[in-house]
Design a protein around this ligand. Structure first.
Ligand SMILES: Cc1cc2nc3c(=O)[nH]c(=O)nc-3n(C[C@H](O)[C@H](O)[C@H](O)COP(=O)(O)OP(=O)(O)OC[C@H]3O[C@@H](n4cnc5c(N)ncnc54)[C@H](O)[C@@H]3O)c2cc1C
Length: 472
């Protein structure tokens, strides 16, 4: 059964086709429901769609695409709408295909450690489900309670534990994708080693829904860690953080998170969340560390030994080691203040740039100084998953689109100069498409466009995202 929510636009032709192809039993709901689909977490202009389709099976997703293709009807795919690049935000005249009701966890292989899951499953629910069976899905990010695994794959999400487990690209074994013309491509491989020609799943991971709609995924699980340690360190400089991550990678193989927060981020996050500052003295840089293993005593001893050495050598100035799960949650709260900060600093400019480690310190210093000079009344906060070279910048509130654009110009120009990437994890969507040339050559962009034209010749799916010129 396909559920459809109708908005106000005149979409009789497409609704009629959807009903006749996929009914009986479609639900038509009040247009107010469509408002919940007007946009993601980014500052891309919101548009209430005229119609929202909620397919419940992969075949229904394929049917919606086939009908849209036949009618030349543009549509945008929506997962959990936590994206920060505007990719899932509808444009005028687009209908919405929501994966919210294609959300079953179909099969958990507790011997091989894989799970077959539908694209609309919520990340946190999947993680809890596999943990109950003694397995672990390591992708973790602040939006875990709302984002969907299909959206995670479409954006090649990273998050807090990439340093140990990799991005979504490393965690997906198999995919099923509905193509824009309505064909269903089932590639639900369950084995790690598979050398049978071009691995097509990688075309769709990170493509932000421009090439097809992910309907099901086979995900690789890890054995459930039973021991974990967490520590918050205060450091004298960013250089010290680079030495700490290098040393810990060598001597602490269970290191699973290394999250850097510059002082402004930690202090503003504490302020908006009502948290006490963790240390008596202020420090320029803080690092939140986590290890995951199986032997509580061994993990704790290894962490303490390493941090004692770092204190002695002056790499770390002060440290708090969690003694309980509650302590660990309290320490993570400083890093997790991002959800609250995004709400408070609206309208914001949020960046997820990739910067080579040797250039990171100078990048933060020069971009911070320039933003401070141009916008002295706004907050400019720096933090990130530094073990992977992924730096986040959050700047706001910026009431005018001109100042938002000016912040983008400053950050992306500096990213280009540093030889970095304009997106390390959130994707391009609509908010970064004009800056893609900073990170991709003309030859790469031409090839991407050729693939898009081949798979979506009628130009109906997530048009105007990622590659601007061809689509519009
Ligand atoms: C507080 C907060 C913290 C965050 N932290 C991180 C972080 O640490 N790391 C990180 O990587 N991201 C982070 N994000 C960004 C966001 O959560 C991720 O990009 C997430 O993967 C998006 O999933 P979603 O289901 O919400 O997708 P949506 O926002 O709904 O969509 C994102 C894009 O994917 C497409 N899409 C969605 N579902 C499908 C599908 N089934 N098939 C094809 N295309 C699809 C959409 O069209 C859109 O282009 C954060 C966001 C917030 C709000």
């Amino acid at each position: 059964m396909l559920d459809v929510v109708r908005g106000t636009a005149n979409l009789d032709h497409i609704e009629g086709a959807l009903n006749s192809a996929l009914a009986p039993g479609q639900n038509v709901r009040d247009p107010a429901t469509a408002q919940a689909h007007a946009g993601d977490w980014s500052e891309a202009p919101r548009t209430t769609p005229g119609l929202v389709a909620y397919p419940r099976t992969p075949n229904e997703v394929a049917a919606v695409l086939k009908i849209c293709s036949e009618h030349g009807q543009r549509l945008v795919v929506q997962g959990g709408l936590t994206g920060l690049a505007g990719g899932a935000t509808p444009m005028t005249s687009e209908i919405v295909l929501s994966l919210a009701r294609l959300n079953a966890i179909e099969d958990l292989d507790t011997v091989g450690g894989t799970v077959l899951v539908q694209a609309g499953a919520i990340l946190e629910e999947l993680a809890n489900h596999v943990e109950a069976a003694g397995w672990y899905f390591p992708l973790d990010l602040g939006a875990r309670g709302s984002c969907q695994v299909g959206g995670n794959a479409a954006t090649n999400a990273g998050g807090n534990r990439v340093i140990r487990f990799g991005t979504m690209r490393e965690l997906v074994l198999g995919l099923e994708v509905a193509l824009p013309d309505g064909r269903l491509l089932t590639m639900l491989n369950r084995v790690t080693k598979n050398t049978t020609g071009i691995d097509l799943k990688h075309l769709f991971i990170g493509a932000e829904g421009t090439l097809g709609v992910i309907t099901r995924l086979v995900l690789k699980l890890s054995p459930l860690p039973t021991a974990s340690t967490t520590a918050l360190c205060a450091l004298p400089s960013f250089d010290a953080a680079t030495r700490l991550v290098r040393d810990l990678r060598r001597s602490l193989p269970s290191l699973s998170a290394f999250e850097v927060m510059w002082a402004d981020y930690l202090e503003t996050g504490a302020e908006v969340c009502g948290l006490r500052l963790p240390f008596d003295d202020a420090h320029p840089v803080y690092v939140l560390l986590e290890t995951l293993g199986t032997d509580e005593h061994a993990e704790q001893t290894a962490l303490e030994t390493n941090l004692e050495a770092a204190l002695e050598s002056g790499v770390v100035a002060d440290v708090i080691i969690a003694k309980s799960l509650d302590d660990a949650k309290r320490l993570w709260a400083y890093r997790e203040s991002i959800g609250e900060l995004l709400g408070r600093l609206k309208p914001f400019a949020a960046f997820d740039v990739g910067i080579p480690m040797p250039a990171m310190d100078a990048f933060v210093e020069s971009v911070g100084a320039e933003l401070e000079r141009l916008f002295p009344n706004q907050r400019h906060l720096f933090f990130g998953h530094i073990g992977d070279g992924n730096l986040h910048v959050l700047s706001g509130p910026h009431e005018s689109p001109t100042s938002l654009h000016e912040v983008e110009r400053v950050v992306y120009a500096a990213t280009g100069r540093a030889g970095g990437s304009i997106s390390a994890e959130h994707g391009i969507g609509v908010v970064k498409k004009d800056f893609l040339h900073f990170s991709r050559s003309k030859e790469e962009l031409d090839l991407m466009r050729a693939i898009k034209s081949m798979l979506d010749p009628r130009g109906i799916l997530n048009v105007g995202r990622v590659f601007p010129e061809v689509d519009e």
